[in-house]
Ligand binder design. Sequence first.
Ligand code: ZN
Ligand code: ZN
Length: 430
Amino acid sequence: MGVIAKIALFALGISFFIFVTFFGRLPALRRTPIAWLHRLIWVHLPNGAVSLDERLTGRRVTSSCTRFFNYMMYDRHPTVLIFFLILLVGGEYFYLPTAWPQLTPLVKTTGTISILLPYLFLYLSAFSDPGTITPQNHAHEMARYPYDFSLFHPGAECATCHLLKPARSKHCSVCKRCVARADHHCIFINNCVGARNHHWFILLLLSTAVLTLYGGVLGVRLMTAEMRRRFPHWEMLPWRANGGAGMDVTDWLVVWSWGMQDGGKGTGAGVAMGAVTLLALMTSPLVWGLLGYHMWLVYCGTTTNEAMKWSDWQVEMDEGFAFRRRLDGGRTKDVKVEPAWTRWPVEAEQVLVRTEDGKPPAEGGNLPGFGEWQAVWRLRDVENLYDLGLWDNFKDVFVPGFMFRDPYVPLPEGRLRRKRKRRARKIYLA
Ligand SMILES: [Zn+2]
Ligand SMILES: [Zn+2]
């Protein structure tokens, strides 16, 4: 196997592994081979290794591995961030010496911008505060979103921070703090993604996606230009080679491998540019996929954390344990556990509960809401309070603070009604 093929296989393997790790738990991919592979890698293989170790060494290997794994997974450390930086810097170090002299001034300008932006957004998302909830900003953070009485209920206190959990917040076990509108803890930026850095994170994904695609396409163009000079009968599509007569696929591949190795003037630097081009083209779909997933979540008015919770609710609904009833949107709130008003323009009008026995909750309990309990079978029948529609959802992520409003000015009736139509089912492509 040639060097190029080895690099290609390695990059493909890494990309696929990251893909399975990131996407294997997505509700949309449940009952697909991706979810099955995710369970194999993250559940069955570790369990198998543990039982083997039990028999061989009495769990000595596992316990030291567990300590290392826990450190890697549940402590803040910049290992993956450094790996990401090495990929970026190393890729540019090997790519640019061959590519740069061949570029036009326009490509040099746009290329420089594409190279610099990921560093800028990496810095901003890694070193900015994701929205840490402190005693000082607690009242402010409580007023960010109302409780939806489905995913987030008033009165829950964080056992570590000893503060009431604001709606949409989550305690991060890695950062050891509560984070406002927590999306997820991202090991690539060694930071949480939350209300205050979500936009930087999405811009980091976008700039990295553009950089890998730009670098990959440009690298291919430089190589194929050289290949055409050396083999004038060669074409990008094998059946168009030799003036339309076609070309043997083996010969076509031989020209490619010449291009990747000697296209860069047959020097070591040329091989390096070819390898980086290949790596960029193969990782690009993964980055675009992650970007697409995060844009989709914003479109749905939800977060990674909440999508998981909705997925759990779908299971409860499938099994017939989910019930809902109406909630008075204008009710008087218990200000000990709930803010009197929030900056969000709508209020919850439903209560969602699960029961142990599949029967509606007994009357006379102290559950919020009024009227009959109804069984809920589908996500399309419940509201997602945090989905205001595409435009407002984007504003909430990219212009933090736009939702500020005077608590004493009631909302126009029409606005409230328009905002009522959004349903949780969007999350599931339903
Ligand atoms: Zn906490
Ligand atoms: Zn975190």
